[in-house]
Design a protein. Structure first.
Length: 414
């Protein structure tokens, strides 16, 4: 018989459960369930019960639970979920950043040897072991910030061999850390400069050669593509996504970052999420609202590039579901501070605390198709973060400056 371990955490001044919130549409802070003087009882890696600390304490004692006795003021939230990152990469693009701030355009930077291809070159030079090590370092920094689930994309390999190396590095990293890494294949990031053939030829080769290996080796169940004038056109990606759907992959899309169009492709193929959306207008918003595709805002990219934010307020008011992710990558979003970015987006887009917190917990879980996290509720994974404050509003008010005091992943303090 497996060993059963119980852990009891409390008393918690406020447990913000993020439970029972609608998946779509605007949210008011009053809709959030907040349990005062709360206790959380954990059985192995799951939440068994949440409620009044003092009512639950005798039961916790009677079953021999390990008591995590909190002294001081703490607010509990579900572990944060970053549903869009590129943290598996080699090298730096600090030179690009300096050139961009000095007024150089994206194309000028690319022609001078910068851009995504620069990271592709550096990532190809890195060994699988080195990429795994770098991914672990970045994931552990995220974990310290309370991010317990992290989506990680490939996309800096751009060949069957190199994409496999990246995805194997992500798998290796996932086996060596406490946080959960959710791998996504982004082989359709940009057309590789060294591929002999058309963009469609490249996509066909990836779909035929790489997709079966991903399934056989369990390296990824998610397929992403960057739909832009500088990447892949909407008409190029049709057969690629069709093949992915036929093989049972989930689809997600880099959509409407600079030009609109990608969001329609995402909805047409039943994508689980459409990410970026900085260029989305009323037409694109209406398309997303009428679908089950979750909009994912990436404020870090807006900050890194100095462009407009995703129209989060309009999306929510129209009835869309909104998640927020860091887009941590070496080019457009090098900061990787999810809470700070989400808090700042809230300021610029006038988002309620409920909307910001849902976007990095329960709605972010939905953007990854995960139903076992993002809420403090019985049956959910015991991914719990404790902030040293008595008022949950301090968390976004301090715009990322306030960090978690304790982080629990699957019931284990990490």
């Amino acid at each position: 018989m497996p060993t059963i371990k119980h852990t009891f955490i409390g008393p918690i001044r406020q447990a913000v459960t993020m439970a029972n919130l609608p998946l779509k549409g605007a949210l008011k802070d009053e809709q959030m369930e907040i349990i005062s003087e709360a206790g959380i009882l954990i059985k192995n890696d799951r939440i068994l019960q949440i409620g009044s600390y003092w009512d639950m304490y005798p039961e916790a004692q009677s079953i021999g639970a390990e008591i995590v006795n909190l002294k001081g003021d703490f607010v509990a939230l579900p572990g944060f979920i970053d549903c869009h990152t590129h943290i598996c990469f080699g090298g730096s693009r600090a030179k690009d950043y300096a050139m961009r701030n000095a007024g150089k355009t994206y194309l000028e930077i690319a022609k001078s040897g910068g851009g995504i291809w620069d990271t592709v070159t550096k990532t190809r030079k890195a060994s699988l072991e080195k990429l795994a090590q770098l991914t672990i370092q970045r994931a552990n920094r995220h974990l310290k910030d309370g991010i317990t689930t992290i989506e990680v994309k490939s996309g800096y390999g751009l060949s069957v061999e190199e994409e496999l190396k990246m995805l194997k590095a992500i798998k290796s990293a996932n086996e060596g850390i406490h946080a959960d890494l959710i791998p996504t294949c982004l082989a359709a990031h940009i057309p590789p400069k060294d591929f002999e053939g058309t963009n469609r030829d490249y996509l066909k080769a990836i779909a035929e050669e790489l997709f079966p290996i991903l399934k056989e080796e369990g390296l990824a169940n998610r397929i992403d593509a960057f739909i832009e004038d500088t990447a892949f056109m909407s008409e190029d990606i049709q057969s690629y996504f069709q093949k992915a759907k036929e093989m049972g992959f989930d689809i997600t899309v880099h959509a409407d970052q600079f030009y609109a169009g990608g969001s329609k492709v995402a909805v047409d193929f039943g994508a689980i999420s459409a990410d970026h959306l900085e260029a989305s207008g009323e037409k694109e918003i209406a398309i997303l609202v009428a679908s089950d595709t979750i909009a994912v805002a990436l404020p870090g990219a807006s900050m890194g590039l100095g462009v407009a934010y995703t129209p989060a307020r309009k999306l929510l008011d129209a009835g869309a579901s909104l998640a927020i992710a860091s887009d941590w990558n070496p080019g457009s979003a090098p900061m990787g501070d999810l809470l700070m970015q989400a808090s700042v987006l809230g300021t610029f887009e006038k988002l309620s605390n409920a909307e910001v917190l849902a976007a990095i917990t329960c709605r972010a879980a939905a953007a990854l198709g995960l139903q076992d996290r993002g809420q403090l509720n019985p049956g959910m994974l015991a991914d719990i973060i404790l902030f040293p404050t008595s008022d949950y509003r301090e968390i976004t008010y301090q715009q990322g400056r306030l960090k978690p005091f304790k982080v629990f992943k699957k019931g284990i303090e990490v």
